[in-house]
Design a protein around this ligand. Structure first.
Ligand code: ATP
Ligand code: SF4
Ligand code: MG
Length: 369
């Protein structure tokens, strides 16, 4: 594999709950790599820590008092930097009898350091698209003006006329009809799908090294969703952009991702090539991934509208993280031979096949990792 463009090592992003005097371990030891030109899909139920992982990489976790640890290394344009470098100096966790009594954070210092680390990175090296594109666009400025501003700020194109032509090219590339007319539209005059296309144009027009797409199709009508997925697939071929794609919708991930990371309770429980992790007959599979796949409705179920088959059990509370496997309380694959391990020891993310890792005691390789 090429040297990764983004390497996340043991990321821990915690929020302090004053009410419970404990840390909410939203992301709890996540390691991920994204190679240049690759799309890594992160999938998992609501609350599994997907967005917090992405926000951490984009330097957008600012909710005080938060704690963040580990490394997020971005390698782009010959430079390599750790986007969390030195942040831990600004936070102190005070414990008594194993309970967290307070989190002391020098918020101003933390913010200043984070801004220095992200200078020239967010919006330029790392661009993001989200759900609700309308709220991410400036309602008081035309789509064209917003694109021209991004292009002049972040690329070598500085002249007004040239930036305007470049902006129109981007509107064409995201398949917005009549781009010269749309250039002068305000976001409120555009549909949700069109706003998402404009948002994608805005993100890519900065010529970023990494695109983070967090639920880019959620909240749109089904037909619009599939058109946006088609567009992202096309742009992936045309631009070769390295992408971190987050979705709770496995069909979106299946269509666009080269590799997948399945998240559960703030950790990665399975990772590997998309074709391998999602193969219908896969023998080596995390029980949670199996449950996620089983909850994907069939075309027939969608037609009959009987597709609300959620995974049984409660989503993990990331304050009271169990000692053993985080999925233990919901798992239907525990055997007598491994029960003790499952209940009391967190399984490591072990390699079960080249490039395919699973965090589960069912697979002997787990013990060796
Ligand atoms: N600022 C915050 N303060 C406290 N807790 C937070 C904060 N942001 C996120 N969390 C908690 O962290 C956990 C992970 O949240 P996250 O938004 O990453 O989930 P997600 O996997 O993106 O889910 P979804 O599919 O619903 O978007 C959740 O339990 C959430 O409540
Ligand atoms: S380690 Fe045990 S509880 Fe956890 S997923 Fe595997 S079988 Fe289930
Ligand atoms: Mg999210």
């Amino acid at each position: 594999m090429d040297a990764p463009l983004l390497a996340i090592e043991n990321l821990r992003t915690y929020f302090y709950s004053r009410a419970r005097r404990a840390l909410i371990r939203s992301v709890d030891g996540v390691s991920l790599h994204v190679a240049p030109g690759e799309t890594l899909g992160i999938v998992g139920e609501s609350g599994s820590g997907k967005s917090v992982t992405a926000l951490s990489a984009a330097g957008l976790v600012s909710a005080a008092p938060g704690v963040i640890g580990g490394r997020i290394e971005l390698r782009s344009r010959q430079a390599r930097r750790n986007l969390l470098d030195g942040l831990e100096r600004y936070v102190r966790v005070k414990e008594r009898d194993g309970r967290i009594m307070a989190v002391e954070k020098d918020d101003r210092g933390w913010r200043r350091r984070a801004e220095t680390l992200m200078k020239g990175v967010r919006g330029k090296e790392i661009a993001m698209i989200f759900q609700n594109p309308r709220s991410a666009l400036n309602p008081y400025s035309t789509i064209g003006a917003q694109l021209v501003e991004t292009i002049r700020l972040h690329t070598s194109v500085k002249g007004e006329g040239e930036a305007r032509e470049r902006a129109i090219q981007w509107l064409e590339r995201v398949r917005i009809d009549s781009p010269r007319l749309r250039f002068d539209n305000f976001p409120f005059g555009m549909s949700g799908g069109m706003c998402q296309r404009a948002m994608i144009a805005m993100a890519l027009s900065a010529e970023p090294s990494l695109l983070i797409a967090d639920e880019p199709t959620t909240g749109l009508d089904a037909t619009i969703q599939s058109r946006i997925v088609d567009l992202l697939a096309q742009l992936k071929i045309e631009t070769g952009i390295t992408t971190l794609l987050i979705s709770h919708d496995i069909s979106v991930i299946q269509r666009l991702a080269d590799r997948i990371a399945v998240m559960y309770g703030g950790t990665v429980v399975e990772t590997g090539r998309a074709a391998e992790v999602l193969a219908p007959q896969a023998q080596l599979r995390h029980p949670y991934t199996a449950a996620l796949l089983a909850s994907v409705p069939s075309a027939e179920a969608i037609r009959r509208k009987s597709y609300l088959q959620a995974i049984e059990g409660e989503v993990l509370d990331t304050i009271d993280v169990p000692r053993g496997c985080r999925f233990y309380g919901r798992c239907n694959r525990v055997t007598e031979a491994i029960r003790e391990n499952c209940a009391s020891l967190e399984p490591p993310l072990g390699e079960v096949a080249p490039g395919h890792k699973v965090r589960c005691w069912l697979y002997p390789a787990s013990g060796k990792a």
